[in-house]
Write a protein that binds this ligand. Sequence first.
Ligand code: COA
Length: 175
Amino acid sequence: MKAKLKDGTEIEIMDSIKDVPLHECLRHINSAVEEGAWIIYTKKMTIKEERAWKKSCLADEKKGLMVKTVALRDGRIAGSSEGRKQPGRNHGNVAIGIMVTKEFRGKGLGELLLKRTIAKAKKKFRPKNIFLSVAEPNKAAMKLYEKVGFREIARFPDWIEKDGKYYAQLWMVLK
Ligand SMILES: CC(C)(COP(=O)(O)OP(=O)(O)OC[C@H]1O[C@@H](n2cnc3c(N)ncnc32)[C@H](O)[C@@H]1OP(=O)(O)O)[C@@H](O)C(=O)NCCC(=O)NCCS
């Protein structure tokens, strides 16, 4: 499926990472690590680690445990998002993740990816809760989540460490 961002940039939307080359997945994650983005990873992934990650993602997609949305521009990942059904007694809960490559931010792509992933997660999992967590200083992400309908339900103080300082982690649920 094709879509247009706010500035007119045309992108391709895919619902799996199956056809996205491994080196492109690696570039996408490592560019965020390099930038020092508010993601969980602190070290760049190796090709071996990324291969294992992609393999486990594809297995989860196959088992019906994950929905994924990827935006591509000229074969490069502009952004991606996923919803993961949680295991065991957490099965009613779906965890959301999202990341937009720096040069594609502020053009509506995050909102597009998030809404598409939520719609797919609702349809596939009929979840009790759709949730995520975000570091308190990550205002861009927080604003996006609030815009789409997430509300804070819990706050873990001094939880996430970045550059030697601890920050609160907020838990948000889609209302
Ligand atoms: C958070 C992130 C996904 C937002 O993606 P994006 O494509 O730039 O967001 P959009 O352009 O779709 O913006 C949608 C809304 O989010 C909010 N928003 C986005 N960027 C913002 C910023 N820099 N400051 C304040 N609000 C912002 C706004 O409410 C915006 O709506 P508006 O355009 O009507 O004002 C992106 O910044 C990102 O990937 N960051 C690095 C990785 C990361 O932090 N992931 C989330 C981890 S919890």
